[in-house]
Write a protein that binds this ligand. Structure first.
Ligand code: HSE
Length: 305
């Protein structure tokens, strides 16, 4: 047996409404990746296993390769086994886990000594936006902003905010997949100043509310005008599911990443009612969905003992 490592990487929910492409949060739901040096091969079991097998672990290998190439080192053959616990194509950061796992494992097994900033830049280059890969690597609620960089690579500024113990996350995960590419293709190239100001204020409010535990502000802070209204055409019942969650007592609700899942943040006492209300609202639009009750996660990617 070659030298190996097990890496666990959490699901993530990006945007949280207003924070399009700059806010993301880790969830307590982890994919498990086993890497073994010496030979090639890819197996996958669990959520989306057929599509994952068909992909041959393409994203994981791409990230693995990117880390070695960044250090100008030869890329060693590696065998990868994935135990998938995160629904794929549902806006829960399954592809970000693949990218982070590939980079993280290469960094460890290849002794590449990449720091978080370097890992995040490589991950963002592959994913195209930082808001899933950052919390997948670092855990917590992560605020990211593109910097000017050194002219060669863009720098990335980020701050991790700890999730509070009292918040729960209810995920309503529709039975259909929606690709991020398709969900981005419906977005306009330009936005009005009014809508930009609407979102800037709410994204800032969300971070302020989080830091001061003003949960009464989450509902307002998670409103959005930059992507959800356009994506509603791709997710039947989206508006009603958001309303149903808040009507049942959720503190706030939003499309999770590019969708089609919806996330509601809630306190324990309301979680059951919020789950039922979201499921019912999707069902009224002919959409079957699975409910996952979880919590925001403090822990980003990590090596298992
Ligand atoms: N911010 C990205 C988007 C997240 O909304 O397109 C994709 O998971």
């Amino acid at each position: 047996m070659g030298k190996g490592v097990r890496v666990l990487v959490p699901a993530t929910t990006a945007n949280l409404g207003a924070g399009f492409d700059c806010l993301g949060m880790a969830l307590n739901l982890y994919n498990v990746f086993d890497f073994e040096l010496g030979s090639e091969g890819f197996t996958a079991a669990g959520e989306g296993e057929e599509s994952l097998r068909a992909s041959s672990g393409r994203l994981i290998y791409r990230a693995w390769q990117a880390a070695y190439e960044y250090r100008n080192q030869a890329v060693p053959p590696v065998k990868i086994n994935l135990k998938s616990n995160i629904p794929i194509g549902r806006g829960l950061g399954s592809s970000a886990t693949a990218i982070i796992a590939g980079l993280f494992a290469a960094n460890y097994l290849g002794e590449l000594a990449l720091d978080d900033q370097e890992l995040l830049l490589l991950a963002t280059e592959i994913e195209g936006h930082p808001d899933n890969v950052a919390p997948a690597l670092l855990g917590g609620l992560v605020v990211t902003a593109n910097g000017d960089g050194d002219g060669q690579r863009p720098a990335l500024h980020y701050v991790v905010l700890e999730p509070p113990g009292e918040l729960q996350a209810v995920l309503a995960v529709p039975a259909f997949e929606l690709s991020t590419a398709k969900a981005r293709s419906v977005l306009p190239k330009n936005v009005s100043r009014q809508d930009a100001v609407f979102n800037v204020g709410r994204a800032a409010l969300l971070v302020a509310a989080w830091s001061s535990r003003r949960w009464d502000l989450l509902g307002k802070a998670m409103e959005d005008r930059l992507h959800q209204p356009m994506r509603a055409a791709l997710v039947p019942g989206l508006t009603q599911v958001l309303e149903a969650a808040e009507g049942a007592g959720a503190l706030g609700a939003a499309l999770s990443g590019a969708g089609p899942s919806v996330i509601a943040l809630t306190l324990e006492e309301q979680a059951a009612a919020v789950s039922e209300a979201m499921e019912r609202a999707f069902s009224a639009h002919g959409i079957d969905c699975k409910i996952i009750r979880t919590t925001p996660a403090r822990q980003g990617a990590y090596l298992a003992d």
